[in-house]
Design a protein around this ligand. Structure first.
Ligand code: IMP
Length: 432
């Protein structure tokens, strides 16, 4: 058996959580391979809405094993909150169905403190980080200073913790920022640190695995594995519009490193994208709409961050950026989400090319902030999709929109999502 991969093709928040939830009955294992609790994967089911930050989106399916891979970074406090909500509201056997890699790194309270210090020191050049400690934790990982899940079992754990904490406090003291004024999750540093320490008890109750052996042996035994990406391809540390990116590789090749599987084990790559674009945080966004249509998309699409609650910036679909993401990920199947958000629009625009100085270009440029969008326009379908359950019921104008995207990107759309619930999903083609 091989690993299928599901990734976001824009700036995150493409609706990956719902698609994983829909696909999860087809898989024995769902594994997160990168990122941390900067992610917010929303799943709506049977009247409940769950926002998962660290736990893979297959957790509501009782027959699926969920793995937090070695490429993921974990905040014990946030993970415990997620576990508590699931235990209370869903019929899930967390301690049976959730496994954690021994090699995953821990996000310390001082990583979050440093994130806040760095962001406030940046002034107007802020990245707009989620302030979950992502950048500082990955920095310690590559700087070989990090603390891993496997270290929790070590008698030296608390010493390691203190050493790293003191090092962070030393760094933070070099900035002219009042550390006492910084709150984490609305708590003072000391309060947060106390709860973080308590949360280690929950973390220690989870089954810890050697992810690379576990997944490869599962594949040899015929198990089906889906790797679940977080954030989006345009936030990739190497390929996004640097420095306005996250601190991990978000594209499909990162699965090999983040789970410990060789490249030859990757099979299908599912790319999820919204019918328009959104981003949170700062950075270039050529198709951004700072007008009433942008406000309409935000309201209609409930475009407020599921991790930070921030209003998301909204704009038209950017085809060259989508094609770039499809190329980097090697996408084999496209999933279009939030189509219903466009239901009431008379006219829909799509960025088809960019203009930089006097030149028209179709590739994603090194300096994305220079790119001015060149649009094509299509008539909207101006009707509800609520009662559409199969592809033949889709309005002709929506069919034309799908066709436009497929021809420009060169990959077939297999599924169209018309609402947040599992059932609001239309299969356009079989997934082969
Ligand atoms: P960080 O990953 O928290 O350091 O944030 C870096 C940038 O990535 C900021 O613009 C964030 O808003 C953005 N970002 C991080 N995670 C997500 C996500 O899951 N969805 C959308 N944007 C994200």
């Amino acid at each position: 058996m091989k690993v299928d991969v599901l990734v976001g093709l824009q700036w995150g928040d493409e609706g990956k959580g719902k698609i994983v939830d829909v696909l999860s009955p087809e898989y024995d294992i769902i594994a997160r391979f990168q990122g941390g609790p900067n992610a917010g994967h929303t799943i709506e089911s049977e009247g409940y809405k769950f926002i998962l930050h660290t736990i893979p989106s297959g957790i509501l399916n009782s027959n699926t094993t969920n793995i937090i891979g070695n490429g993921v970074i974990i905040d014990p406090y946030i993970l415990r909150k997620e576990i508590d909500i699931l235990k209370e509201k869903a019929d899930v056997d967390i301690f049976r169905n959730l496994l954690v890699s021994r090699r995953s790194h821990l996000i310390l309270p001082t990583h979050r403190l440093l994130d806040a210090v760095y962001e406030s020191a940046k002034g107007s050049t802020k990245i707009g980080s989620t302030l979950k400690g992502i950048g500082p934790t990955y920095t310690d990982k590559t700087g070989r200073n990090g603390i891993r899940i496997g270290d929790l079992a070590s008698p030296n754990f608390y010493q390691k913790y203190e050493d790293l904490k003191n090092r962070h406090l030393q760094i933070a003291s070099n900035y002219s920022v009042d550390l006492n004024a910084i709150t984490i999750e609305g708590l003072s540093f000391d309060e947060y640190e106390g709860l973080w320490m308590e949360s280690l008890t929950t973390l220690k109750q989870l089954r810890v695995i050697d992810c690379e052996y576990y997944i490869q042996r599962a594949l040899w035994n015929g198990k089906r594995v889906l790797a679940e990406g977080a954030q989006g391809s345009l936030l990739d540390i190497d390929y996004g519009a640097y420095p306005y990116v996250t601190s991990s590789n978000t594209v499909a090749p990162a699965v090999c490193i983040g789970l410990g599987v060789p490249t030859s084990y990757i099979d299908k790559v599912f790319g999820v994208f919204k019918a328009y674009c959104t981003r949170v945080g700062n950075g270039p966004f050529p198709t951004e709409l700072n007008d009433e249509i942008g406000d309409f998309l935000r309201k209609e699409g409930h475009e407020f961050g599921s991790t930070t609650g921030r209003p998301r910036r909204c704009g038209w679909l950017d085809i060259p950026a989508l094609r770039y993401s499809v190329m980097l990920n090697g996408v084999t199947h496209l999933f279009l989400t939030k189509t219903d958000v466009l239901n009431k629009l008379e006219t829909i625009r799509v960025c088809d090319k960019y203009r930089i100085e006097d030149e028209e270009i179709e590739d994603f440029p090194y300096d994305y902030s220079e790119a001015a969008p060149i649009y094509v326009q299509r008539k909207g379908w101006t009707r509800s999709l609520a009662n559409v359950s199969c592809v033949s019921g889709l309005p002709k104008e929506l069919g034309d929109y799908l066709h436009l995207i497929e021809t420009r990107v060169g990959i077939p759309i297999v599924m169209v999502s018309t609402g947040p619930d599992r059932h609001e999903t239309i299969m356009v083609r079989p997934i082969r």
